[in-house]
Design a protein around this ligand. Structure first.
Ligand code: 5AD
Length: 513
C-alpha cells in the first residue's frame, strides 16, 4: 500500500448516542460509498467514528433505545449486506422494531429476533447467505430465537428458504417492508414461516422512525424499485416496480433531517434520476435537487445512482446553480462497446454516453466522475473489451467499480450462450483494474498542493490520523485529533495514491454540531 493509508469507512459506532449495528463499505473491489459500493458486515470499530468523542446530530427524531416492550420478541440484531439502499432499508426496519419497543443488541447470540438483510446483485454475494444463516442458528440455550431474511435474496428465493434453511421463520423482500409490523405481530403469536413477497406494490416504505446509522450523512430514499430491464440485472425482480415518493414528503423529510443536525443528505434510488413527482407539484428531478439544496442548513447533497438514459443537462445546471450540490456523479456505463450495451438493453450507445460525459465536463466546477463496469458479459469479444478500455482512457474516471459478469436468476440473458471462461473474465478484470489504477494515480497526483474542504468522518487513534471526505467524494487522511470528527476542515494534499490522498490541515475549523 505504500504511503496509502487505510480508508476509514462506515462502521458501527458503539458509544455514540443513537449508535446502531451498522455496515461498512469494504475496501478492494468497491472501496467507497459510491452508489453500489459493496457493503460487508463488520465488527464495530469505535475508533472509526472517534466514538464517544463527538456525537452525530442530536438524537431527536430517532426512535428511543427502549420503550415498554410489547411482545415476546424483546431484542433484535440486524446485519446488512449490499448497496446503500439496503443499508438505508435496514435503518428504517430498525426504526420500526424500536418503535414497537424492541431493543437492538450488538450480538446475534443475545437477540430474540435476528434479521439478515441480503444482496443478490452478483452471485458471490448471494452465495454467502446460507453459510451466514448457519451461524445464526445457534441461540442461547432455551431461547426461542426467530430468524428472518430480508432483501433481495429473500425476494429471489422466497419460500424455498424454508427448505434450505429451516431455522428461518420470516422471508420478506423490500417491496413488502411496509407489512413488517403485521408480520412481526404474527411472529410474536408464535407463527412460523411467514412471507412478505408481493412485488406488485405501489407503496413506498414510509416510516418516520428511521434509525440512522451514519452520524454525518443521512440517506433519504426518493424512489424505490426499478422498471429497467437491463438483461444482466436481478433488481427489477427483487425490488419490484418503480415507485416515486411525492416531492412534498421528500422535502419534509429533508427538513426534519436538518432539524436533527444533519448537514449532508444523500438522495437514494436504484435509478435515482428516474424519479418523477407523483404529486401535483410535478417537479423534475433537477428541480427536486435544487429544492433540497435550498433548504437552509444543508451543506452537502449527493444523489445516487444515476442512469445515463435519464441523465439530462438540467442536472448539471442544477449543480452549477447550487454550490452545495456535490460535484460528484456516479454514472454507470457497464461497457464501452455499443454492441454489448445493446445486448445489455441499456438504452444508449457509447457515443450517447460520451455526450453526457461531455456535458458534465462543461460544468463550472470540475465534477468528479465514477462508474460501474461489467467485464466479460456474454459474447463480449476482445474488441468489445478494448472499447471499454478505450472508454476508461477517454473519460478518465476518478473511481471505477468493476465486476466480472455473473449470471443471475430470472434475468433476460439466455442460458450460458456465449459465456466467457471465468479465467478470461478474471484476466480482463485485472487488466482493466490496472489501467484504472494508473489513471487514478495520475489524476490524484495532479491534486498535489490543492486544498479541499472535507467533512471529517473518522479518526484512527493508532495513526493519529483524521479521515475526511471532500465534496468530490475523495478520501483525505491527515494528522488530526478525535475532536476533528464531525467538523468541516480545509485540508491541503501533500501526497497521493490511487485510492486516497494524504494531506495537512490548511484552514480553520468550522464547527458543525
Ligand atoms: N454480474 C456482474 N455485475 C453485475 N452488476 C449488476 N448485475 C451484475 C451481474 N449479473 C453490477 C453492475 C451494476 C452494479 C451495481 O453491479 O455494474 O451497476
Amino acid at each position: 500500500m505504500g504511503s496509502e493509508l487505510i480508508q476509514i469507512i462506515v462502521a458501527n459506532q458503539p458509544g455514540l448516542p443513537g449508535a446502531p449495528r451498522s455496515s461498512s463499505a469494504a475496501a478492494g473491489e468497491a472501496a467507497s460509498f459510491a452508489a453500489w459500493g459493496q457493503v460487508k458486515e463488520r465488527t464495530a470499530t469505535a475508533e472509526a467514528w472517534g466514538a464517544g468523542r463527538r456525537p452525530g446530530p442530536a438524537n431527536a427524531g430517532q426512535p428511543p433505545e427502549t420503550v415498554a416492550t410489547a411482545g415476546t420478541l424483546k431484542t433484535f440484531y440486524i446485519e446488512t449486506f449490499g448497496c446503500q439502499m439496503n443499508v438505508h432499508d435496514s435503518e428504517k426496519v430498525q426504526g420500526v422494531l424500536m418503535a414497537r419497543g424492541m431493543t437492538r443488541v450488538e450480538n446475534h447470540h443475545e437477540a430474540d429476533l435476528v434479521l439478515y438483510n441480503t444482496c443478490s446483485i452478483r452471485e458471490k454475494a448471494a452465495q454467502k447467505v446460507f453459510s451466514r444463516l448457519g451461524v445464526f442458528r445457534k441461540g442461547r440455550t432455551g431461547s426461542r430465537k426467530v430468524i428472518g431474511v430480508l432483501g433481495c435474496v429473500a425476494q429471489q428465493e422466497g419460500e424455498r428458504f424454508f427448505e434450505r434453511a429451516p431455522q428461518v421463520s420470516l422471508v420478506c423482500g423490500s417491496a413488502s417492508y411496509s407489512k413488517l409490523p403485521q408480520l412481526l405481530d404474527q411472529l410474536e403469536t408464535g407463527k412460523q414461516r411467514l412471507t412478505g413477497l408481493a412485488l406488485d406494490t405501489e407503496e413506498c416504505f414510509e416510516t418516520e422512525m428511521t434509525r440512522r446509522d451514519n452520524p454525518f450523512r443521512a440517506y433519504l430514499t426518493i424512489i424505490e424499485g426499478c422498471d429497467q430491464r437491463c438483461s444482466f440485472c436481478v433488481v427489477p425482480m427483487t425490488r419490484g416496480p418503480e415507485r416515486s415518493r411525492p416531492s412534498g414528503r421528500i422535502l419534509a423529510e429533508a427538513r426534519r433531517l436538518v432539524d436533527q443536525g444533519y448537514t449532508e443528505i444523500q438522495l437514494l434510488g436504484q435509478i435515482v434520476n428516474a424519479w418523477h413527482d407523483p404529486s401535483p407539484a410535478r417537479l423534475s428531478f433537477a428541480e427536486l435537487l435544487s429544492r433540497v439544496a435550498e433548504i437552509p442548513g444543508i451543506r452537502r447533497v449527493r444523489f445516487t445512482t444515476s442512469h445515463p438514459r435519464y441523465f439530462t443537462s438540467d442536472i448539471v445546471q442544477a449543480i452549477d446553480a447550487n454550490p452545495n450540490l456535490c460535484d460528484q456523479i456516479h454514472l454507470p456505463v457497464q461497457s464501452g462497446s455499443t454492441t454489448v450495451l445493446a445486448r445489455m438493453l441499456r438504452g444508449y450507445t457509447r457515443e450517447e454516453y460520451l455526450e453526457k460525459i461531455h456535458a458534465i465536463r462543461q460544468a463550472r466546477r470540475a465534477i468528479s466522475l465514477s462508474t460501474d463496469i461489467i467485464v466479460g458479459f456474454c459474447g463480449e469479444t476482445g474488441k468489445d473489451f478494448e472499447q471499454t478500455l478505450s472508454l476508461l482512457k477517454e473519460v478518465e474516471y476518478d473511481q471505477v467499480f468493476s465486476f466480472k459478469y455473473s449470471k443471475r436468476p430470472n434475468t433476460l440473458v439466455e442460458g450460458s450462450r456465449d459465456a466467457l471462461a471465468e479465467e478470461e473474465k478474471g484476466r480482463r478484470l485485472a487488466e482493466l483494474q490496472e489501467l484504472q489504477r494508473q489513471i487514478q494515480v495520475r489524476r490524484n497526483q495532479a491534486l498535489l498542493g490543492e486544498s479541499f474542504e472535507v467533512l471529517v468522518e473518522g479518526y484512527q487513534a493508532r495513526l493519529g490520523q483524521a479521515v475526511g471526505r471532500s465534496t468530490t467524494n475523495r478520501v483525505l487522511n491527515f494528522p488530526g485529533t478525535p475532536e476533528d470528527v464531525g467538523r468541516y476542515l480545509t485540508v491541503k494534499v501533500t501526497s497521493a495514491g490511487p485510492n486516497s490522498l494524504v494531506g495537512a490541515r490548511a484552514g480553520s475549523a468550522d464547527l458543525r454540531f
